[in-house]
Ligand binder design. Structure first.
Ligand code: BG6
Length: 480
């Protein structure tokens, strides 16, 4: 029986270029969708604009300043004993509009330095090729992923970074939370199907036909990238990445059960069924028929999906919600989309329900379905942090959250799940994807940066930093 984490377990943390790097237009970088997104909050949702509006704060522009602080940051991760660091490459650093024939050497050189710095400390980079940062020029050109030509542009980008970093990066993830494309929010953050739109991202007029066609293009592009990697770089390990939104039926009413099953299928399973099993799942047809969606497949698409199955499955897990057909249950906020309130769970300051046991349940569900190695590549508590008078940050709430989830990962490993790594989100404070805030902090390291754009970018170790260092040193044995 497996009783504990494997000896080579990949402990680490995760970030994404657009939320972390800043330097949004330095050294030839082009604008990506988040560079056109203003700051916001839960009450005052962020907006996307077509042009940079004067006097408006765009949090990605400076973000947490990793572009200029990477040496210091990676040294901090090494001090915690990180084995792996999940980060993304900004597509627009390499191809500023997404459409160039030749890459931007300055952008490529930056990631050379970052990966070299990781290697110096024996930290394995885990690279997300595209994390919510569509080149904005492609939005204008072809309505983002709605345009089939994006497949070719994306593959050129993949070929470039695979070839360049083949000796520095082994673990790759194609698209961050690709299943965002099954939700309205995905138009802005993931698919870039927002040509000509200015306004609150929550108000974007969703068109399911456009959205699922764009998602199809992403699925084909991701599969082709995996195939390319397998053929040319056999040592690469290629993973997918799903925003896993665990759902429970609110009651044992069979109607609630069925509704929950349906939502689980299209929200959580649809994309990974394609990416792991290599074809559209059986239940998709009915959904498409009932929603008037017609996916235009071109010759070779089915083969591409079949030939591009991933080697391992990764996902983000923050919370769970309930599902019911009755309308009188309380609505709860959440990651990408919310659900109904679970009376047994507490919630974060942003209304995300905290459910560590749901992680064990989820790991078992995923492993039962696919039987390939799993990695939890995002998890964590977005919370307000306070600097005490003595300069310390006592984030015991974050330690409690992480401990609870690691305990449940351990249970899942005992259950027999093949779990290979854990990279909690925003290991160094960064900009929130949903709200654009800095105040929603996930880090083990504090960054002196605030919602009004001020701050020195100084880094400070939080209490959770010292705690996580012990967790890693004991391979998850020491959680107190
Ligand atoms: C995931 C994304 O959905 O959740 C990250 O992959 C994001 O980019 C994270 O930051 C946490 O969400 P938020 O909205 O609190 O930043």
């Amino acid at each position: 029986m497996n009783s504990t984490f494997r000896p080579d377990f990949l402990w680490g943390g995760a970030t994404a270029a657009n939320q972390f790097e800043g330097a949004w237009n330095e050294d030839g970088k082009g604008a990506a969708v988040p560079d056109l997104c203003t700051n916001g909050s839960l009450k005052n949702p962020k907006r996307i604009t077509r042009e940079i509006e004067p006097g408006v704060l765009y949090p990605s522009h400076e973000a947490a300043g990793f572009y200029h602080h990477y040496k210091e940051d990676i040294a901090l991760l090494a001090e915690m004993g990180f084995k792996v660091f999940r980060l993304s490459i900004a597509w627009t650093r390499i191809f500023p509009t997404g459409m160039e024939e030749t890459p931007n050497e300055a952008g490529l050189a930056f990631y050379d330095s970052v990966f070299d710095e990781c290697r110096k400390y024996g930290i394995e980079p885990l690279v997300t090729i595209s994390h919510y940062e569509m080149p904005y020029a492609l939005v204008e050109q072809c309505n983002g992923w709605a345009g089939r030509e994006c497949i070719g542009y994306f593959l050129r980008y993949c070929e470039t970074v695979f070839e360049r970093y083949q000796n520095k990066v082994k673990y790759w993830l194609t698209f961050n939370e690709i299943n965002a494309g099954t939700m309205a929010m995905g138009n802005v953050i993931s698919l870039g199907t927002v040509k000509g739109y200015t306004g609150r991202i929550l108000d974007f007029p969703d068109d399911e036909q456009v959205r699922y066609q764009a998602l199809h293009h992403q699925l084909v592009a991701g599969a082709k990238a995996v195939k390319l990697a397998h053929e040319k770089y056999p040592e690469f390990q290629m993973g997918n990445m799903i925003c896993y939104l665990s759902k429970y039926p609110l009651t044992p009413n069979p109607d609630d059960m069925l509704q929950c099953q349906k939502e689980m299928q299209m929200t959580n399973w649809f994309c990974s069924d394609v990416q792991v099993r290599g074809k559209y799942p059986y239940y998709a047809d009915r959904y498409f028929d009932e929603h008037g969606i017609r996916i235009q497949m071109e010759d070779g698409d089915k083969e591409a999906l079949k030939d591009g199955c991933v080697d391992f499955y990764t996902f983000s897990y923050y919370m769970s919600t309930c599902v019911s057909v009755t309308q009188n249950a309380q609505i709860q906020g959440g990651n990408l989309t919310g659900g109904l309130k679970n009376p047994y769970l507490e919630e974060s300051d942003w209304g995300w329900q905290i459910d560590p046991k749901g992680l064990r349940y989820t790991l078992n569900e995923i492993y039962a379905r696919y039987q390939i190695p799993l990695m939890v590549v995002e998890n964590g508590l977005g919370a307000y942090d306070k600097i005490e008078e003595d300069g310390t940050i006592k984030d015991t709430y974050r330690i409690d959250y992480l401990r609870g989830h690691i305990e449940q990962m351990r249970e899942a490993v005992k259950d027999g799940v093949d779990l290979i790594g854990y990279t909690p989100w925003g290991c160094i404070d960064l900009v929130s994807a949903s709200t654009g805030e800095m105040a929603k902090r996930y880090g083990l390291v504090f960054v002196d940066k605030y919602d009004d754009g001020t701050g020195t970018l100084e880094r400070k170790r939080k209490a959770s930093f010292y705690w996580y260092k012990k967790v890693i040193a004991s391979n998850g044995g020491e959680l107190l």
